[in-house]
Design a protein around this ligand. Sequence first.
Ligand code: SF4
Ligand code: SF4
Length: 148
Amino acid sequence: MIKYFTCIISGIWNLAKGLFVTLKNVFVKPVTLQYPTQKLEMTQRYRGLVDLYPEKCIKCGQCVKICPTACLDLSVKAGEGADKKKEFGHFKYNMELCCFCGLCEQVCPTQAIYMNKIYEIAVYEHGKLHIDLLDKDKYDEWANPDVK
Ligand code: SF4
Ligand code: SF4
């Protein structure tokens, strides 16, 4: 008989403890976001996709040399003008191979190449992971996903 009442009291006590925890958290600010309608602002040191300011690039090729996975492909040709200033042939980035180490960003003498803040990088097509760094609209689809 005593055991029966002890079980009832213990049950009530445990229920009260659980309700107290719930009540306490009702007034606490949530730590979660309603993803994907709400999104996190990435930190300053976050390494997203490799991106480029073409106008800052001096075509030195240091980023290509240091890349441990050979995912950058830069081709340069002599310019048409009198100064023969170097011009881009192409500048490609194979995201499939990238390990997001950030070495290209670190070595660049003009801060032309950098890691952006994009983190929603899932794609359905294999070919979308082969990026033309000279295309200014290259990441539009990822940067502004159409969230329903
Ligand atoms: S982040 Fe690393 S792996 Fe990716 S392109 Fe830059 S150097 Fe190469
Ligand atoms: S290291 Fe910088 S300046 Fe040199 S080719 Fe790469 S992006 Fe251009």
